[in-house]
Design a protein around this ligand. Structure first.
Ligand SMILES: Cc1cc2nc3c(=O)[nH]c(=O)nc-3n(C[C@H](O)[C@H](O)[C@H](O)COP(=O)(O)OP(=O)(O)OC[C@H]3O[C@@H](n4cnc5c(N)ncnc54)[C@H](O)[C@@H]3O)c2cc1C
Length: 455
């Protein structure tokens, strides 16, 4: 079957090598990924997705599925295959009375926040606005509101999906409940989700949020204080620790530019006066060199990390979960952070807990609700220059933490092999996911992902 053999009813655009738009459309977020698909099928709706899936099935070509394009290892593109590109599917319907939102698969987090915050509502999702709702949700979804409201999947009411056989199915607690269980953490293994329906939660629109910085020499003390301080913190508070070189931007004093710093970034989603009381001990600890934690619109806070993770830079990442920030974990963290070379490297340590633990460990396919912290050892350079050195640093740091690893979040895996995917789910969930895979995608058509093979 020819690649151009999509039926006349296909409403979206088809882009092939030689098309003037090809190079722009084949790019993904991670600049170190450079792949050349044979066809980019820009779907306009579920019917187009069904046609594109049929083309992939009939040609036997590899098929990559693209939501926001943020896959760290570049799994939403491929060489010589078909990219089923959902980016043009941008529908968002908010029902403020029912507190629900229907969201198409090409929507980005910032677009969703913009639409829901108009009504003082939100879906808890990630921390960078240009991440795709689709890939993030299918892996679980961690972010600023997780300790108050839970993971993104904990808000999911239903999903509409195109199966490998080209059928449109719906999954919810009452329709195909097994599939619904698997879609909440199992990634893109079972089919292509065209629409998500989320529960909305009240939020802000003002939150008390932003980073407080210390010089990195203070990090051993700051992290020990931080560990004890968050142990009692209410669920309205979510924090992320960042180690990096201070960026040369206007809001950072000139004398700090390029200096190694540690920051605790807070997001308090509750009564602002109470939040100020909770955060005060942190801002009074040691000698902070910059305090940008202040009341601001949630959507402003939500875009705070965007300039640190733009499209096109070269990125590499290793991730692990740990139960707690023990003295050893802190010492390893500081020792490696002191060796950051690239001015663009900036890595988050996430605080988990809170409402994430309100769902049972087996209620969804997501694994690791009891985790204490997630290390996201991300490194970055502008181009290939210096990348290998930074990548070696990330790998060494991750290996040094190995004795403390408990699990790993599937959305933070690189291409690390089958054992790591199995580890990410744990043996029981993995077997249950395999059984679902046999049911919905027995030929493993959808394999360019954190793959759960059917066999
Ligand atoms: C800068 C950055 C910030 C991030 N921040 C967070 C964060 O705060 N919280 C968090 O939880 N994660 C975060 N992540 C990880 C993110 O959740 C994953 O990279 C996720 O896969 C991105 O989804 P996407 O749609 O943008 O990616 P894509 O690259 O388009 O897709 C990623 C994977 O999902 C599959 N997929 C995408 N859409 C569909 C669909 N509609 N149906 C079926 N399968 C699909 C693809 O096949 C692919 O395997 C971040 C990643 C980056 C790069």
């Amino acid at each position: 079957m020819a690649l151009t053999a999509l039926p006349g009813s296909f409403r979206g655009g088809l882009i092939q090598p030689g098309d003037p738009a090809y190079d722009e459309h084949r790019k993904v977020w991670n600049g170190s990924i450079d792949r050349s698909p044979a066809l980019i099928a820009r779907c306009a709706g579920p019917a187009d997705v069904i046609d594109a899936v049929a083309l992939a099935r009939e040609t036997g070509l590899p098929a990559a599925v693209r939501g926001g394009g943020h896959s760290f290892p570049g799994q939403s593109t491929c060489d010589d295959g078909i990219v089923i590109d959902l980016r043009a599917m941008k529908g968002i319907e908010v029902d403020p009375d029912a507190r629900t939102a229907r969201v198409e698969a090409g929507v980005l987090l910032g677009e969703l926040d913009g639409a829901t915050q108009e009504h003082g509502l939100a879906v808890p999702a990630g921390i960078v606005t240009h991440t795709g709702v689709a890939g993030l949700t299918l892996g679980g979804g961690i972010g600023w509101l997780q300790r108050k409201y839970g993971l993104t999947i904990d808000q999911l009411l239903s999903a509409t999906m195109v199966t490998a056989g080209g059928e449109l199915v719906r999954a919810s607690e009452t329709e195909n409940p097994d599939l619904f269980w698997g879609l909440r953490g199992g990634g893109g293994n079972f089919g292509i989700v065209t629409e998500f329906e989320f529960r909305l939660n009240a939020l802000g629109p003002t939150v008390l949020a932003g980073p407080i910085f210390w010089l990195m020499e203070e990090s051993p003390g700051v992290l020990r204080f931080y560990r004890d301080w968050i142990a009692e913190a209410p669920n309205e508070l979510m924090t992320i620790v960042i180690h990096r070189k201070a960026p040369p931007v206007d809001f950072v004093p000139h004398e700090l530019h390029g200096r190694l710093v540690v920051a605790v970034v807070c997001c308090w989603a509750g009564d602002l006066d109470e939040g100020k009381k909770v955060i005060r001990p942190l801002r009074e600890f040691g000698s902070p060199v910059l305090d940008l934690c202040a009341p601001k619109p949630f959507v402003e806070h939500q875009s705070m990390f965007d300039p640190s993770f733009p499209h096109g830079r070269w990125y590499y990442m290793r991730s692990c979960d740990v139960a707690e920030l023990t003295d050893e974990v802190i010492d390893i963290t500081v020792e490696h952070s002191m060796r950051i070379q690239s001015p663009l490297t900036s890595f988050p340590i996430w605080q988990l807990g809170g409402a994430i633990r309100q769902m049972g460990e087996d209620d969804t396919a997501f694994n690791g609700r009891a985790v204490g912290h997630t290390f996201n050892i991300t490194c970055s350079t502008q181009s290939e220059e210096g990348f290998e050195q930074e990548r070696t640093w990330a790998r060494g740091f991750w290996s040094a933490l190995e004795p403390f690893h408990t699990s790993v979040y599937v959305n933070f895996l690189m291409e690390e092999g089958q054992d790591r995917v199995r580890e990410a789910y744990g043996p029981e969930k993995y077997e249950r996911l395999r059984a679902l895979k046999r049911q919905y995608d027995p030929e493993n058509l959808f394999r360019l992902n954190q793959n759960i093979p059917p066999g």
